[in-house]
Design a protein around this ligand. Structure first.
Ligand code: CMC
Length: 446
């Protein structure tokens, strides 16, 4: 018997996959579109009427596309990263971060009028309610700034209850603007709180990056003037981190957003996911690893210990890139500029030696482990005097642009539903419950 599966594939296709089920001898034909089959097409493959049907098993989504997306393109083997078709190398250094944020969300670069309006609106919304400031003040002096970010952004949701109306475009517009505008302010307040310094209000005469640096570093001066090398570095690093297709935090934003919660809550979930050391937390770990190595002479022994499975070389390897991360190339060049401005650092020398040894070692070559974006970013941030546990915050600020673009794309995608994976149940079969503990006899009366 040959069965053709019905499918709502948006693109008509004549390509198909024939599957023969050795359990029943039945052959099935399922359509192939965009190099994928729909795993729901496998459900028709059953041994009998009561069988649930075949499922795909793919822990960690190693080989499963969860959405169709027109935002970011990555070719991990060739080391290509493009936002809406534009190569990252051309955007970084030539476009502004807010231009890129507009591009990610709207699909096209803004014209002058659109850009001016976009920048005006974001600048207009940089202030946060004073209660957000007071809320952040409630954290301990040594709170991790990422905890403050998660909480601060989630708390914003309670200030804008109308943001729940996610299918009203005007509400999405204003929520997106508010998030892009206020996240740097919350980030800077978190920084100042940990330092025991008063919060600096946004300066709306400044650009996005300059204003952020002003809220971080301004003291008694009436106008803060950032080191232009630092402003440029922040602007470029923000662009490099703005989106990266279906990574762990974006997947978290999409999954949480698929429940139709407001975007503040969905973005807070993204910040939580980014906090982890295998994701955005890696740049922090790179610095910790380098200070643990301590000296150039210890590098070979450290690499050897990694090869023996005693820990990982942080800032190396990527689920998607199996060649040099294109962002890492730009960051390395940027590091040279920042260090030319503030002076060379012993840790940079250790990082360069680590990279040199790893890139010529068969362990790393055979596993296609190359430096990723986090390898050099931490060194740049440290040269700019950001504390190590603040590095992931500097990743989160620009990633808000990508998360929101992905969130909105998910919402408007007619095929998307609430994210709800299947499982293979490995637990007990049914077994009877016999009340045995004393406390139940005392407290529970039936
Ligand atoms: N150092 C040493 N060995 C490694 C490393 C590393 N950094 N990364 C992977 N491997 C080895 C791993 O042990 C395994 O070896 P084997 O085949 O012998 O068991 C092989 O390479 C494949 O590793 P994997 O864990 O299956 O690869 P993955 O795609 O699941 O992991 C990764 C990707 C980024 C989590 C991982 O490479 C890693 O832990 N890197 C260090 C943390 C890091 O830098 N993360 C930042 C990622 S880029 C920024 C972002 O997107 O957040």
């Amino acid at each position: 018997m040959s069965t053709t599966a019905t499918s709502q594939t948006p693109q008509a296709t004549t390509d198909s996959l024939e599957i023969r089920d050795s359990r029943t001898g039945t052959t099935y034909t399922v359509p192939i579109a965009d190099g994928t089959i729909r795993t729901s097409d496998l459900r028709q493959i059953r041994v009998n009427e009561s069988d649930f049907g075949l499922m795909g098993y793919d822990p960690a989504f190693m080989n499963t596309a969860s959405c169709r997306s027109a935002i970011t393109y990555i070719d991990g083997d060739a080391g290509i990263l493009r936002y809406r078709g534009y190569p990252i190398e051309q955007l970084a250094g030539k476009a502004s971060f807010l231009e890129v944020a507009y591009l990610l969300r709207n699909g096209e670069l803004p014209d002058q009028k659109e850009y001016d309006r976009w920048v005006h609106d974001i600048t207009f919304h940089t202030y946060v309610h004073e209660n957000i400031k007071r809320f952040l003040e409630g954290f301990r002096y040594d709170a991790h700034p990422m905890s403050m970010m998660v909480a601060g952004v989630a708390a914003l949701s309670s200030f804008y209850p109308e943001a729940k109306d996610i299918f009203d475009k005007r509400q999405r517009d204003i929520s997106i603007i508010r998030l892009l505008a206020k996240v740097p302010t919350i980030a800077a307040y978190a920084y100042r709180h940990v330092k025991g310094l008063p919060c600096i209000y946004p300066d709306n005469d400044l650009s996005y990056s300059e204003n952020f640096l002003s809220m971080i570093a301004r003291m008694s001066e009436s106008k803060y003037e950032a080191n232009p090398v630092f402003t440029k570095a922040i602007e470029i690093l923000f662009i490099l981190h703005a989106d990266h297709e279906q990574n762990c935090s974006t997947n978290a934003v999409r999954a949480v957003g698929s429940s139709h919660v407001d975007p503040f809550s969905a973005v807070a979930a993204g910040i939580s996911a980014l906090y982890g050391p295998l994701h955005g937390g890696a740049n922090e770990q790179v610095l910790r690893m380098i200070s643990e190595i301590g000296d150039m002479k210890n590098v070979p022994a450290f690499v050897e210990s990694v090869k023996q499975g005693k820990g990982r070389l942080m800032g190396f390897g990527h689920r998607v890139y199996k060649s040099y991360d294109p962002r890492a190339k730009i960051v390395k060049k940027l590091a040279d500029e920042v260090f030319a401005s503030v002076g060379m650092d012993k840790d940079l020398e250790i990082a360069m030696e680590l990279e040199r040894i790893a890139l010529s070692d068969d362990y790393f070559i055979s596993r296609k482990l190359y430096p990723n974006v986090d390898f050099y970013t931490g060194l740049i941030y440290r040269a700019m005097k950001f504390p190590t546990d603040y590095f992931t915050v500097l990743f989160a600020i620009p990633r808000v642009a990508g998360w929101l673009s992905q969130w909105e794309e998910m919402l408007l995608d007619k095929e998307q539903k609430i994210a709800r994976p299947r499982q293979i149940y490995t637990g007990y079969d049914e077994r009877p419950f016999t009340p045995a503990l004393d406390y139940r006899k005392k407290l529970v009366k039936f």
